[in-house]
Design a protein. Structure first.
Ligand SMILES: Nc1ncnc2c1ncn2[C@@H]1O[C@H](COP(=O)(O)OP(=O)(O)O)[C@@H](O)[C@H]1O
Ligand SMILES: [Mg+2]
Length: 280
């Protein structure tokens, strides 16, 4: 379990550039949850997730992982980073290795993995990310397309088998094919009990993957609850600059005529509701 208690982060304090990136944030991420973090650009999303494994330290408040304060001297930060794996925004910009294998192996090697275990971890992570041929591992990561690069970057974190996988806008700039593969993987991981936190601007993704939403606005937490409750609060959604997905819009409109329509995440769910209803 990951817990933030009354966390504040200020960048460049006492200068004209001072920015209160996070203001009094408290939240809990429980095991097996899938949490989407939303909010406009500059609302504090990336800052928030970097608190999760100690890359940023709060100016005030505490971050607890399984009840230990991760910023206390007694806690081994390497263990924290093994448990909480973060894939940054545009991670492919930080590639450095000569081969895809070396790129993906870097993290687990640092964690002490060697030989067969390391090889298995790398190939299994690549396979999870849709690279079924082992031959590709000897290629340069720079030879890949944008979406493929992203999937290699994600594989490099998955190879460490983190309890909590944190993704900062994983699908941004990805092609359709890459997105499909990633969504399939993520859904499967959730089913298998991995805890997932992801930042997104894409509400369709949120509907498809998340069971909880945390919304930030100007460094403050303005919503924390179920996806369906988030999308019922149209005023709040508008305030934080988010487009209501067409599926939700359609469902909310239909609700005026069909009061028993349930919350629908996809057009197919709407269609099957109408089909069932008309049969009655
Ligand atoms: N390294 C940094 N130095 C100074 N200010 C920063 C830094 N990173 C982010 N900020 C500022 O903190 C606020 C939150 O940024 P960020 O967490 O990146 O938001 P988001 O990910 O939601 O776009 C913004 O006002 C941003 O300009
Ligand atoms: Mg960001």
């Amino acid at each position: 379990m990951l817990e933030l208690k009354n966390v504040f982060v200020t960048y460049d304090p006492n200068t004209i550039f001072m920015s209160n990136a996070l203001v009094d944030i408290s939240l809990v991420i429980k095991k097996n949850e899938s949490v989407g973090i939303v909010g406009r650009i500059g609302s504090g999303k990336s800052t928030l997730i970097q608190l999760f494994n100690g890359l940023i330290k709060p100016d005030n408040g505490i971050v607890l992982l399984d009840n230990d304060d991760i910023n206390s001297k007694q806690v081994d930060i390497r263990k924290v980073r093994k448990k909480v794996g973060i894939v940054f925004q545009y991670p492919e910009e930080q590639f450095f290795a000569e081969t895809i294998f070396a790129e993906v192996a870097f993290g687990p090697k640092n964690m002490g993995m060697r030989e067969t275990e390391l090889k298995n971890a790398v190939f299994s992570a690549l396979k999870d990310m849709g690279f079924s041929s082992e031959k590709i591992a000897q290629r340069s990561p720079f030879s890949l397309s944008g979406g493929e690069k992203r999937r290699v970057a994600i594989a490099s974190i998955i190879a460490m088998n983190p309890d909590i996988l944190v993704l900062d806008e994983p699908m941004a700039g990805m092609d359709f094919n890459g997105k499909e593969k990633l969504i399939k993987y993520i859904k499967n991981e959730i089913k298998n009990g991995r805890t997932l936190v992801f930042v997104t601007h894409n509400m369709e993704e949120l509907l498809e993957i998340a069971d909880r939403v945390i919304a930030l606005d100007d460094g403050k937490k303005v919503f924390d609850g179920r996806v369906r409750d988030f999308f019922s609060d149209e005023k709040l959604i508008e305030k934080i600059g988010i487009d209501i997905p067409s599926v939700v819009r359609m469902r909310n409109r239909l609700k005026k005529h069909y009061s028993d329509i349930p919350f629908c995440r996809t057009p197919i769910e709407i269609a099957s509701y109408l089909k069932k209803r008309n049969r009655l």
